[in-house]
Design a protein around this ligand. Sequence first.
Ligand SMILES: [Ca+2]
Ligand SMILES: [Ca+2]
Ligand SMILES: [Ca+2]
Length: 297
Amino acid sequence: MAIKGVKAVINGQTYNLTLNSGTGKYEATVTAPAESSYNQPGHYYNVQVTAEDDAGNTTTKDASDGTLGASLQLQVKEKVAPIITITAPTEGATITNNKPTIAWAVTDEDSGVDPDTISIKIDSGSVITSGISKTASGKGFTCSYTPTTALSDGSHTITVNASDYDGNAATAKTTTFKVDTVPPTLSVISPEEGLVTNQATITVSGTTNDATSSPVTLTINSDPVEVGADGAFSTTITLNSGENTITIIATDSAGKSTTVTRHVTLDTGAPVFQSVTITPNPVDAGKTFVISVEVTD
Ligand SMILES: [Ca+2]
Ligand SMILES: [Ca+2]
Ligand SMILES: [Ca+2]
């Protein structure tokens, strides 16, 4: 009528318990399994205890026992937080789409990413957990979210976060980018449309600016032209004889562009008289005559 020994089996390891004479209980100090119990059936490690008496009778109980079962379910929590990587929009990007798809991945070692904790926040708005597309991938999820209302032109910061099944919260990740839906302004002061000139060089000048993504770059007939800090530009171009098309294109750093076209005609040939007639000639004094000139240009 005496206990010979008590052992416990946890995660395939057997531990012999020793009698604590002070408490009368059998005890062992056991190192927990290295991995979370989350992915075990029922989210716990089964603990099986067996006691044997001197006569060789044994009793075994484990987590399935109706009375002691709950005491034989060992929960092990891991401590490694998930890792978040935002793939789009990239930090510092300037984009023209004001409903951009925000894409990121969240992975976790061991217990795994809890998809219900995946969240996104736009600027200082409230935390959003619905409407996020989550596709299981490797040790986590690839996620995407498209804002339901258009983002205003200007700078925006997106914050994403997630936790694993053991309650470890990731370090939130952010991406800050600029939305620019409006092309630059472009005002061409010179030349005026339809100008006809005998000067082979003319000044092309004006101003260009962009509300969101300066600096503005400028080309005139595909050649780059410097734009001042105030948006002003001025350059001289050489005309070909006849009609010239001058194409001025301002492009902001989002890639939005505005084009202005001017048509200018260079005419350096002086008129040529083909014939002159005076009728009648001679004319009677004090009477009228007609002078008729044929001239081409
Ligand atoms: Ca983890
Ligand atoms: Ca713009
Ligand atoms: Ca002419």
